[in-house]
Design a protein around this ligand. Structure first.
Ligand code: NAP
Length: 292
């Protein structure tokens, strides 16, 4: 296979996708390039036209902030997952017809299953956050046989909105609690899986040093997954390690959502190991340059 792929965003910053996908293409000896394309929102329409009229040379692309919703609106076809997630992050150019997918949720489920060996059946899930990432995760988990969901968000209305959406696809219990409440801490104590989907703990975010939970709130039997991957260890992860929980950072989700995208474009299993190693190396380099 030959052709071009890339990621569009604005601004693009330090995207890990080029490094990860190039490693995947190299592993399989594919003549496919993967570039970072900074596309301003007002140039999105021109970009999509370029893809459509490229005679299949541009095989597709990934979309990140701020394009995920606008890209979805411009697709000729949108997958069920992307419709549920309300956003498209992976596009296939099928002879000028653009088909949109969302690989975040599937990537998250595969990361937990394959990296952590996690079995979802009958598990009690606590979701912290109600933004775009939380929505993708929750919608993917709604397809698993989990027992129930508790959603905790700073802004109550946003938590309620996510819960309403979830109830359309999930027949089990769904409740919403406030981030500051004792109900939230109790939910953390009884959850089998805690998924941190806010920007708390994320490098350069205003709440980079914050953790939504303390050690005493977290059960030693819980699995704690923090979607944040930079830094590799967040304040929540430190609290959860002290609680004796099994703890994972978000890099595996990033890699597996990329792997699902790779498989969507290439139609064959992704070289996950090569992609993982490339992403880990790139993240370690970013850490070194931050430490200076
Ligand atoms: P988003 O749509 O902007 O949502 C942000 C969420 O964080 C909201 O729930 C927001 O609550 C909450 N929040 C922000 N600041 C907060 C604070 N100081 N205290 C409490 N809650 C706060 O962002 P997103 O796209 O969902 O991304 C969320 C995180 O997931 C980011 O760190 C992103 O890097 C990560 N992510 C990782 C992957 C991966 O592959 N590992 C994939 C996607 C996203 P309000 O509703 O109250 O504002």
């Amino acid at each position: 296979m030959r052709g071009r792929l890339g990621i569009i965003g604005y601004p693009l910053g330090h995207s890990m996708s080029p490094v990860m996908f190039r490693a995947g293409m190299k592993e399989y000896g594919l003549d496919v390039t993967y570039d970072a394309w900074e596309v301003a929102p007002e140039k999105l329409e021109d970009f999509l036209e370029e893809v459509r009229s490229s005679d299949g040379e541009i095989l597709g692309f990934n979309a990140t902030v701020p394009h995920k919703e606008a890209v979805m609106a411009a697709m000729d076809e949108v997958s069920e997952e992307a419709q549920r997630a309300g956003a498209v992050n992976t596009v296939v150019n099928d002879d000028g017809r653009l088909v949109g997918y969302n690989t975040d949720g599937t990537g998250f489920v595969r990361a937990l299953r394959e990296e952590a060996g996690f079995a979802f059946d009958h598990k009690r899930v606590l979701i912290i956050g109600a933004g775009g990432a939380a929505r993708g995760v929750v919608m993917a988990l709604s397809g698993e046989a989990v027992a129930d969901f508790t959603i905790a968000n700073r802004t109550r209305e946003r938590g309620d909105g996510l819960a309403d959406n979830l109830r359309r696809h999930f027949g089990g219990g769904v409740r919403v609690v406030s981030l500051e409440s004792s109900d939230f801490r109790r939910a953390a104590g009884s959850a089998d899986l805690i998924v941190q989907c806010t920007t708390m703990g994320m490098l350069h975010s205003p709440a980079a040093e914050a953790s939504p939970l303390r050690t005493a709130d977290i059960s030693a039997d819980a699995v704690v997954y923090d979607l944040v991957y930079n830094p590799p260890e967040t304040p929540l992860m430190r609290e959860a390690v002290r609680a004796g929980a099994r703890v994972y950072g978000g890099l595996s989700m990033l890699v597996y959502q990329g792997a699902v995208g790779f498989e969507t474009w290439m139609g064959s299993p992704a070289p996950v190991k090569a992609m993982f190693e490339a992403a880990q190396t790139a993240l370690a380099k970013q850490q070194e340059s931050i430490k200076g």
